[in-house]
Design a protein around this ligand. Sequence first.
Ligand SMILES: Cc1cc2nc3c(=O)[nH]c(=O)nc-3n(C[C@H](O)[C@H](O)[C@H](O)COP(=O)(O)O)c2cc1C
Length: 437
Amino acid sequence: MAANPFHLAWFLQGSSIQAWGSPWTGNISEEWGTASMFLDLVRNMERAGFDYILIEDSIYIGQNWKDSRQMFLENGMSVPRQEPSVVASIMAAATTRLGIVPTLSTFAYAPYLTARIVGTLDQISSGRGGWNMVTGSSDLSAMNFGADRLPDHDKRYDMAEEYIQICKQLWGSWEPGAIVADRKSGILIDHTKVHTIDFEGEYYRCRGPLNSGPLPQGQPVIAQAGGSVKGKTFAARYADTIVAAPRGIPAMKAYRDDIRSQMTAMGRDPNSCKTLFLVTPIVAETMDEANWRAEQRAVWASNNVDRCLAQLGWSTNIDFSGHDLDAPVGELTTNGHQSSLAQFVTKAGKKTLREAIIAHASGGYSTELVGTPDVVAGQMAEAMEEVGGDGFLINLPDVSRRSIATICDGLVPALQQRGLVRTKYAHEQLRDNLLEF
Ligand SMILES: Cc1cc2nc3c(=O)[nH]c(=O)nc-3n(C[C@H](O)[C@H](O)[C@H](O)COP(=O)(O)O)c2cc1C
């Protein structure tokens, strides 16, 4: 392998049905909910040597446009989507090396339940389980769980500190070697090696031990996407892998450098956490076709300003429907994903809301990747050289068997030929594969 290989993961936005209406999506409106599409995706990813699939989640139907669900339902925006831990189990059963990382939001699952779900996933996948730790973004989701609103943004991270301590202690509540399975004495489990945790915090209490037993990885892989000051510090303290979407190479480099220096200050080896940057590559057989598709993306955004703003409103918890499209973006605040909003506002500068949202929706997230497989492979290599590592999180808005093939059978072999990604897995467990290089 070349001097600086990098990692690849896939960002599955809840489900594949959002691709409905795009070409080559088969009968997706009928088949989306069944296992077949997910299984085809993960088998392709595993063949291509991806580190993991991250199953994104939110637990509500958007209503951030004219205070109505109409826009979200009519266009299938982030709806429907299924329970990620269930989808994760069938993905685990269909693969042997790929890491499986469902999103579980801290406000929705009790810490014991998260520890148990992720622990079980790690067991049934023989050490490939992970957890995308998110604190939530919308009061609408809190209302589905009996609350009027989410706690304030920074308080959510304070609560998450206790939450993750409970999970980690529960995963550690079985000492190595606790299952003795001694046929002579007839003892299966050494009871002196399984401990309560007796956690008493400000926000949570938990007795333990975990009743689902020890994990193959000991501790599962923690994925995190903190973008705010609090969020990044949290990620630097706990994450094994970070998924991030800063826009542009300098911002990517600054983000990674910041995480690494925080990790060093905390006494963690900065190489023990891999930051993967969100990208939406447009990969085609010819440059003309790739450029045409990139132009189409911009045309689509200009013709669907309402939809693009509703989508931004969904992730930032803002209803933009009353905002003047032709006035400057100005100051905006949120109790949702702060960094997503801050990035949008900074990038907008003096642009009007219309201009800013078109630019936002036409771009490729962290860095623009457009071209033939070999050209995109070169663009990725250049980006990694400047940023320093550690890889990319691939996000396709139109998940179909054809678009999956453009990545797994087009782009990845081009990356492999340059020695930039693995050609086969070196290990069986997810953390080991993340630490391979
Ligand atoms: C690549 C990526 C994936 C994310 N996935 C989810 C998700 O599945 N569910 C969710 O509620 N938030 C998700 N987020 C939002 C983050 O959890 C986080 O709230 C956001 O990056 C803003 O950071 P902050 O909370 O520190 O302000 C994601 C963010 C990024 C960049």
